[in-house]
Design a protein around this ligand. Structure first.
Ligand SMILES: Nc1ncnc2c1ncn2[C@@H]1O[C@H](COP(=O)(O)OP(=O)(O)OP(=O)(O)O)[C@@H](O)[C@H]1O
Ligand SMILES: [Mg+2]
Length: 201
């Protein structure tokens, strides 16, 4: 993806990939809540909403899935270059297209939300694994469609062994250590300074 924008890239793209039921949406929602405490703009791009609003015509072939991932990458980039922290929660099963985004988008952080297939299937949050096993739905990731795990993710959350809070804390700690949250602290403290000045006599 080319970028000829004069805008400075000051956001982050947190790209959560993993099997259905691994915990991407759950972590993304909790993470959004935590990051909003830092007073930076945060936006979530969730697979279900994207399929409903942006990619209605796409199916689940490899080509359609890759198109979907590239679309989300494009939108994430627009938000990122305006300083937004973007949290993407999307199965995004193919390594090649994830790596393509990783190498072209600024501040792209790959988070592998990892849980064994058996655990995801036992959770079966949406009842989709049962439907996939019974043949009611086809091309379901992990059952009759591939999932290519990241080989070198920036962060891995092992959700079968961690609580949601632990997984989110791991991401927050990584972001702090990498210096991504310094701006938010400055922004938050600048805001509270302004508020203080405003109410001071
Ligand atoms: N550490 C954890 N992190 C996230 N979710 C967890 C964790 N431990 C248990 N869970 C549970 O796992 C389930 C994950 O469901 P969730 O909808 O977040 O999955 P998903 O990856 O978004 O799936 P899909 O791709 O189908 O949207 C939830 O019921 C959640 O409570
Ligand atoms: Mg989800």
């Amino acid at each position: 993806m080319t970028d000829d924008s004069p805008l400075k890239h000051s956001g982050i793209i947190l790209w959560l990939t993993g099997l259905s039921g691994a915990g991407k949406t759950t972590i993304a929602q909790y993470l959004e809540h935590k990051l909003r405490e830092g007073d930076r703009p945060v936006e979530r791009l969730d697979g279900d909403a994207i399929r409903q609003h942006l990619s209605q015509e796409l199916g689940f072939s490899r080509s359609d899935r890759d198109t979907n991932v590239r679309r989300v990458g494009y939108v994430a980039n627009l938000l990122n270059r305006n300083g937004v922290i973007v949290i993407v929660s999307l199965i995004s099963p193919y390594r090649t297209v994830r790596d393509e985004l990783r190498s072209t988008l600024h501040n792209f952080v790959e988070v592998y939300v990892n849980a064994p297939l058996e655990v995801c299937e036992a959770r079966d949050v949406k009842g989709l694994y049962a439907k996939a096993r019974s043949g009611q739905i086809k091309s379901f990731t992990g059952i009759d469609d591939p999932y290519e795990a990241p080989l070198n993710p920036d962060i891995t959350c092992n959700t079968a062994a961690e609580t949601v809070e632990e997984s989110v804390a791991k991401i927050m700690t990584w972001l702090e250590a990498a210096g991504y949250l310094q701006g938010s602290e400055r922004f938050a403290s600048a805001n509270s300074d302004r508020a203080f000045q405003h109410i001071s006599p």
